[in-house]
Structure formats: C-alpha cells, structure tokens
Ligand binder design. Structure first.
Ligand SMILES: [Zn+2]
Length: 87
C-alpha cells in the first residue's frame, strides 16, 4: 500500500479552458482522495489558482458551480464527517 508521501499523483489532462473567475488556464485535474477517478459532467472541482468552486459542463469545459451544487456538497461533507465521528 503506498504511503501518503509515495502515493502516485493521478492527474487527468483536460481540454484547456480558463477559470470563469480568475481567467487562469486550467488543463488538468487531480483527485484528492481516489486514484483512477476521471471527472464527468456536473462533477465539482476547484480552481487551483483562486479556489473558485467550478463544475464540468457536458463538453468538459468549466463553469461556476451553482449554489445548489455547493449546498449538496456541504450536505455530503457533513454526512461524511458525522459518519467518521461515529466510528
Ligand atoms: Zn480561478
């Protein structure tokens, strides 16, 4: 099992696009907790440069995440945190 320090970085190259908030060129993503995970439309991500919450479109370009998407993400995180505390 790889240690945190030796874990292979799983970078997925994307069609180059710019962040809708800061205009930084974004052409790759990295999963923070799973390897071999490829993004799909409506998955959420954050801009590496400014931290803006973003989502993938049908053609895998980037758009600002909606408030509803961020709310759902907060609910998912809270459920995960509660589950972790109960173990
Ligand atoms: Zn940005």
């Amino acid at each position: 099992m790889p240690t945190r320090a030796s874990r292979k970085t799983d970078v997925t190259k994307l069609k180059a696009d710019v962040c809708p908030r800061c205009d930084a060129l974004l052409d790759a993503v990295t999963s923070l907790h799973k390897q071999d995970v490829k993004p799909k439309p409506d998955d959420l991500t954050i801009c590496y440069y400014c931290g803006a919450p973003l989502a993938f479109t049908e053609d895998m370009t980037l758009r600002p995440a909606t408030l509803a998407e961020m709310h759902d993400l907060a609910d998912t995180f809270l459920r995960w945190a509660i589950q972790k505390q109960s173990h």
